[in-house]
Write a protein that binds this ligand. Structure first.
Ligand SMILES: *C1O[C@H](CO)[C@@H](O)[C@H](O)[C@H]1NC(C)=O
Ligand SMILES: *[C@@H]1O[C@H](CO)[C@@H](O)[C@H](O)[C@H]1NC(C)=O
Ligand SMILES: *[C@@H]1O[C@H](CO)[C@@H](O)[C@H](O)[C@H]1NC(C)=O
Ligand SMILES: *[C@@H]1O[C@H](CO)[C@@H](O)[C@H](O)[C@H]1NC(C)=O
Ligand SMILES: *[C@@H]1O[C@H](CO)[C@@H](O)[C@H](O)[C@H]1NC(C)=O
Ligand SMILES: *[C@@H]1O[C@H](CO)[C@@H](O)[C@H](O)[C@H]1NC(C)=O
Ligand SMILES: [Zn+2]
Length: 351
């Protein structure tokens, strides 16, 4: 009996490893619990068949692809309206010279210098950085999908918790089945950019292309077209707001980068009257995912509700496609509670 089972396992294991390395479904990917196995690269036909329609994965996009007729047509149609604000700094986020040279009247509503969220250019919406519900967190993660995010996603699923995921287009192409898990698990997907550059350093076409290909990648892989985005580093001005708004994206910032400050403000009563903080968490990697679990303990203690940003806004149709829905705030209810608390001892935090 034992020998028989052993022989069967030996026979099966080569097959199993091919499946693990080149998994083909979201369910197969979601079932992998070992982060090292999870991060073994795999190929996925929908992505590999479309690579010529996308820029290089992980590289800054400085222009639309020459053969991208739809991209060029859209960019040309919006170009006349793009505010005449010069790019500044470097794509890597070096703003030192730009900050020195910047006109302190801040006619561009540049967040990096002035923390400006109220656009000067007419017709642009104010950036979102809070949600209009008392003692409610707009729960969000940046920079995914990550190849080892099952640990965090399993935790969130166990808690019955969903969040807003600001996805990097390159990562969606690298980890398509992980991206699909976000939709399957009921998270809200928004865009970040293709390669995480400082967007106000990009040319008009470069900024457009960073968002355009991120939207296309999310659509290709998950079937949904995002309607919200967050600028990497918060680097946005009216030129970038205009370009993103023309792509149907609402700009979402955050309340405070420090979770301790957010929790402290909750204790002080800052969120008692129709306002709650939108979070900015660390970029997701296998260490910060542990931090996220630790932070969840603090958030559940300090707030009444923890919801995706779209849920706090009653944005029941989060995507351009109308057949995907989020609950509205009332339907979600979402009490902030930490289930199976004792399974997550404080000592498991890296801090
Ligand atoms: C799976 O795909 C990846 C990426 O294309 C490739 O490097 C790897 O060799 C493949 N593994 C197997 C077992 O086919
Ligand atoms: C976490 O990531 C680092 C760097 O990518 C890697 O060296 C380490 O082995 C990873 N740990 C786990 C548990 O996957
Ligand atoms: C591309 O963007 C990254 C940030 O993702 C930045 O570090 C890098 O310097 C940029 N490359 C160039 C050539 O500007
Ligand atoms: C700074 O902005 C003000 C107000 O728009 C404008 O009058 C002034 O010319 C600007 N100065 C420079 C150096 O751009
Ligand atoms: C969302 O719906 C709730 C419950 O109906 C309501 O109280 C709240 O004002 C709505 N929020 C927004 C932003 O419309
Ligand atoms: C939504 O509609 C699209 C296009 O008809 C379809 O491919 C997709 O599976 C649908 N998704 C859901 C969740 O119904
Ligand atoms: Zn980011």
């Amino acid at each position: 009996m034992r020998h028989g089972t052993f022989a069967l396992l030996l026979l099966l294991s080569p097959v199993a490893s091919v499946l693990a390395d080149n998994r083909t479904t979201e369910a197969e990917e979601a079932a992998i619990n070992d982060p090292t196995a999870e991060c073994v690269p795999y190929s996925y036909a929908r992505v590999s068949d479309a690579l010529t329609s996308f820029p290089a994965i992980g590289k800054n996009v400085t222009a639309l692809l020459p053969n991208d007729a739809a991209g060029h047509a859209k960019f040309q149609s919006i170009s006349p309206g793009i505010p005449n604000i010069a790019p500044r700094g470097t794509l890597g986020g070096d703003f030192l010279a730009a900050l020195e040279a910047y006109n302190l009247t801040d006619t561009a509503c540049w967040w990096i210098l002035a923390r400006c969220i109220n656009p000067v250019v007419p017709g642009l919406s104010v950036d979102l950085w809070r949600v209009p519900e008392s003692r409610t967190v707009g729960y969000a993660f940046e920079d995914g999908p990550s190849c080892s995010h099952n640990r965090l996603y399993n935790f969130l699923a166990e808690q019955g918790q969903t969040a807003t995921m600001f996805f990097v287009g390159s990562n969606v192409m690298k980890f398509p089945l992980e991206a699909q898990r976000a939709v399957v698990d009921g998270h809200e997907i928004c865009a970040h950019t293709w390669s995480n550059p400082a967007m106000t350093a990009a040319t008009n076409e470069g900024a457009f292309a960073e968002l355009w290909y991120t939207i296309q990648a999310i659509k290709l892989v998950t079937g949904v077209t995002p309607t919200c985005w967050r600028p990497p580093l918060g680097d946005v001005d009216d030129r970038i707001r205009y370009i993103s708004s023309q792509l149907g994206l609402t700009t979402i910032m955050w309340y405070d980068e420090s979770l301790n400050m957010v929790v402290n403000d909750a204790v002080q009563g800052y969120f008692d009257s129709n306002v709650g903080p939108i979070l900015r968490t660390q970029p997701l990697n296998n260490v910060t995912m542990q931090t996220a679990i630790y932070d969840y303990r603090k958030l559940t203690a300090a707030f009444d509700h923890i919801v995706p940003i779209g849920v706090a806004l009653n944005k029941t149709q989060p995507y351009a496609e109308t057949n995907y829905t989020l609950p509205n705030f009332a339907a979600c209810a979402c009490p902030a509670s930490f289930l199976h608390y004792s399974q997550y001892p404080l000592s498991s935090s890296p801090r």
